[in-house]
Design a binder for this molecule. Structure first.
Ligand code: G6P
Length: 607
């Protein structure tokens, strides 16, 4: 999703901005641009496609120079992918980059057109430019112009702003979109995420909603929206952070699939000791944990599938009712928060706008007992809004299609469920030791599932040539079927749908024919006979089924792939591996852009 890097330095800022844009590429985008200010003139370059196209254009310019500038990767919301719609947007006096959506832009645009402003793009962002111009024309103050933007616009924004007559300042303001400010002795920078600037800054600051930052070479001043100076504590950057490469693999997603056994070791590290689980983050909240009577989990995409699986665990292991609500729906429904509700947000990035907004909403209503975020990115917005955070410690996930973040979220959820059960004394001794013993086996079991996944290779050709595939499962595996279908469609662009297997005969069975493969997640458990009946119904109609199970069955039209034995509680985690593998290998065969699939973004920072 849109990414901003901007700043001011003692030297030409172009290489720093370009480097930052490259580090934001993983978020997903379709065009990019850069605007520099030198000798009171803007230089502007924009390109569609990859940042390397922009880099090439810059290299062709003999005098692309400036000590302050703005750069942007755009993920289209308003207006097609084009150079005109790409950011930065420039007017006579201002250059801006915007991440977010201005919801009332149509009304504002109408008013500004009447005042004589000539819009050059189809974007919502361009209204910001002319609000700045209009306000500056009457007040002569950039600060006042920014205050007017805050006052007049509805929606979300992270903004970088420069003014043609001031080569000493880059301005920034944000609301409901992420923005981080970084500084060193002689340089100040801003970016949508700290990845983009952490290699060249010493300290970072998070800008709050409607706070304004004035970036100068020697430092940053923060203001409230009414102009009072704000003191902010900087956070030192850890210079020993991992540098993420592909580790010899061709794709990040591939690496992220294969590193899962190691990643899970990291997720469990220092948390499982001897015969117990210790989530130290929970220590301060033991009183609240004892009181939990209800759970609500809010999330999007793959994280939502982890939430759906966790719901079965909460209800089956702890007997606590658990509701899972998609974040984009949560905001607009009547909130019926029950007594003693634990509110959990699940998010890899910690920046998903819908999830963050839902969390802000419950914080406003303040009817919940405790909010916990399960997140992979320390210091991101969702953890900062939560009472406490359980980090998944999966390491940076770069592939847009989430893999290791999903399995590590599930491992953390199991540890959380165990910890709640211990505080509430609702787990018997047997369940206690079953969870711990199973979790200890998880890395090795994941390794076995990775090895077993190669048995799927012969099926990949079938999938490559199909236009539609169906996924089925029951209970937790129904939720996992959704994840399998999502993985396939997002990276291979093959239409795929998922069903709770028992629902098939209520309509979807009409889709079955010899050209529509069905992937059945059918571990050998107390529901196996039920799902196998559903498989029979498909086979009876000439459907082709790929069955993933620890039970092997021979039948015409059934491709039965034997999965390793594994404790039942770990199966939703382990069975996700062959599904990831299947999607990845199919996409590879189809030659799609696996790490950055078309139209998608890693960090969805707009509603
Ligand atoms: C995007 C990503 C998905 C992810 C979803 C939720 O759509 O492409 O992979 O599952 O956002 O993201 P979150 O960071 O909140 O888990």
């Amino acid at each position: 999703m849109c990414g901003i890097v901007a700043g001011i330095s003692e030297k030409n800022i172009t290489p720093i901005l370009l480097e930052g844009l490259k580090k934001l590429e993983y978020r997903g985008y379709d065009s990019s641009g850069i605007s520099l200010l030198f000798d009171n003139e803007f230089s502007l370059l924009k390109e569609t496609g990859k940042v390397k196209n922009l880099e090439l254009s810059i290299s062709k310019e003999c005098s692309f120079f400036g000590k302050l500038g703005l750069a942007h990767t755009r993920w289209s919301t308003h207006g097609k992918v084009s150079k005109e719609n790409a950011h930065p947007h420039n007017s006579k006096n201002f250059s801006i980059v915007h991440n977010g959506i201005i919801e009332n832009y149509l009304g504002l645009k109408g008013d500004l057109i009447k005042k004589g402003y000539d819009f050059k793009s189809e974007t919502d962002s361009e209204v910001i430019l002319y609000i700045l111009e209009e306000s500056y024309k009457s007040s002569g103050s950039v600060f006042k112009a920014i205050q007017d933007v805050i006052q007049k616009t509805k929606g979300s924004y992270a903004l970088g702003i420069i003014h043609r007559k001031n080569e000493e300042v880059v301005w920034s303001v944000k609301k409901d979109s992420p923005l981080v400010i970084g500084k060193t002795k002689d340089m100040s920078l801003m970016a949508s995420d700290k990845n983009a600037i952490d290699s060249c800054t010493e300290e970072i600051y998070y800008l709050g909603d409607n706070e304004i930052a004035k970036l100068e070479k020697k430092g940053v001043t923060f203001f409230t929206s009414d102009g009072k100076i704000l003191y902010k504590e900087g956070i030192k950057i850890d210079k020993n952070q991992e540098i993420v490469g592909k580790g010899g693999f061709e794709y990040f997603m591939e690496k992220e699939i294969y590193e899962q056994p190691e990643v899970i070791k990291n997720t469990l590290k220092n948390r499982i000791k001897k015969e117990s689980i210790y989530l130290d983050e929970l220590n301060r909240y033991k009183r609240e944990l004892k009181k939990i009577e209800n759970v609500e989990i809010i999330s999007c995409g793959t994280s939502n599938h982890a939430a759906l699986i966790s719901k079965y665990w909460f209800e089956n292991i702890l007997n606590i009712p658990c509701e899972v609500i998609i974040a984009s729906e949560y905001r607009y429904k009547t909130l019926l928060t029950r007594k003693n509700t634990l509110f959990i947000t699940l998010s890899q990035s910690g920046e998903t706008a819908d999830t963050l907004s839902a969390l802000k909403l419950i914080n406003e209503k303040n009817k919940h007992l405790l909010s916990i975020s399960v997140c992979n990115v320390e210091g991101s917005s969702i953890p900062r809004e939560s009472d406490l955070t359980l980090l998944t410690n999966a390491g940076k996930e770069i592939g847009v299609a989430s893999t290791k973040a999903f399995t590590s979220q599930l491992a953390v959820m199991l540890m959380l469920i165990y910890s709640i059960g211990r505080e509430k004394r609702s787990l018997d001794k047997e369940m206690n030791s079953y969870i711990i013993k199973s979790l200890k086996k998880l890395p090795i079991k994941m390794e076995e599932f990775l090895n077993a996944s190669t048995s799927l290779d012969s099926f990949i050709k079938t999938l490559e040539n199909t236009t539609s595939a169906l996924y089925i499962g029951r209970s937790e595996y129904g939720a996992l079927a959704m994840e399998g279908a999502l993985k396939l469609k997002e990276i291979s662009y093959i239409h795929s749908e998922s069903f709770y297997a028992g629902e098939l005969k209520h309509g979807s069975l009409a889709l079955i024919d010899e050209n529509t493969p069905v992937i059945a997640i059918a571990p050998f458990n107390e529901l196996f006979d039920k799902i196998y009946s559903n498989i029979e119904e498909i086979l009876a109609r000439n459907g082709k089924v790929l069955m993933l199970s620890d039970k092997h069955i021979i039948s015409e039209n059934l491709i039965s792939i034997k999965m390793p034995e594994c404790p039942e509680i770990l199966k939703p985690i382990c069975y996700s591996i062959p599904l990831q593998y299947l999607a990845f290998k199919t996409a590879k065969l189809k030659g799609t852009d696996i790490d950055k699939p078309r139209n998608l973004a890693k960090s969805v920072t707009v509603e």
